[in-house]
Design a protein. Structure first.
Length: 232
């Protein structure tokens, strides 16, 4: 598998409205005429409401992203404080949740993670797999500006690199002036594309070492301009 299987936020929210389980509801090929159906003909699916259930005490919030790794494990992030991230097996069984460790590695608490959570992208680079997280900006009154970063982690949530709103440059961090990034994708050659869709309406391209290569776009209705370049 060479491309991220990404469930974008808008589709996320539309589907969640029809499902008891909300964000992490599984979908399987249609074999019956009852229940919630999506699509037509050979591309028809029926909702499996038993898939991806959360235990008592955990709830979903606004949808942000779902990706699937090479072993068909499903990673779900939403603007919830419990869980911040949930990982399901192919059968929909909950394998683990990341509510304290990942936010702590990012220097946040669960509330701050939930306030900035947005995009999620899976990438296979050589024989390794990585997750790329996109943070919206959150500026609480009287508090520091949070978010505004792209974060690269391994599949265990260990932080490997931060790009954007960082205090200083280092081997694992590089400052960049994002307005409010919304999504990220990795090209086959390793280039990283970041959409700064809430504000600047620009798309930034970086190499695999997160060094800036080019920026296109800007707000407007003309060629090469964007209104809300939300996904990539």
């Amino acid at each position: 598998m060479s491309e991220s299987r990404l469930f974008h936020r808008r589709t996320f929210l539309q589907t969640a409205a029809a499902a008891v389980a909300g964000l992490a509801t599984g979908i399987k090929p249609a074999r019956a005429t009852s229940g919630v159906r999506i699509g037509e003909g050979s591309a028809a699916y029926v909702l499996d409401e038993a898939w991806g259930q959360l235990p008592a005490g955990m709830t979903w919030s606004w949808g942000c992203g779902i990706v699937v790794d090479a072993r068909d494990r499903v990673y779900v992030t939403s603007r919830s404080t419990n869980p911040c991230v949930a990982v399901f097996g192919p059968d929909g069984a909950l394998l683990e949740t990341w509510t304290k460790d990942l936010p702590r590695r990012l220097g946040y608490g669960p509330d701050q993670f939930a306030a900035t959570a947005h995009g999620l992208y899976w990438s296979q680079e050589g024989d390794q797999e990585f997750l790329y997280w996109t943070e919206n900006v959150h500026a609480p009154k009287g508090g520091p500006r949070l978010g505004g970063r792209v974060i690269k982690t391994d599949l265990d949530g260990n932080v490997l690199f931060r790009l954007g709103n960082v205090e200083k440059e280092s081997d694992t961090a590089r400052p960049f002036d994002f307005t409010n990034p919304t999504d990220v994708a990795v090209a086959p050659n390793g280039d990283i594309y970041v959409v700064d869709g809430y504000g600047s309406q620009k798309v930034h391209r970086f190499d695999g070492e997160f060094k800036h290569q080019k920026t296109i776009g800007g707000p407007g209705k003309g060629p090469g301009q964007f209104s809300t370049c939300h996904g990539v």
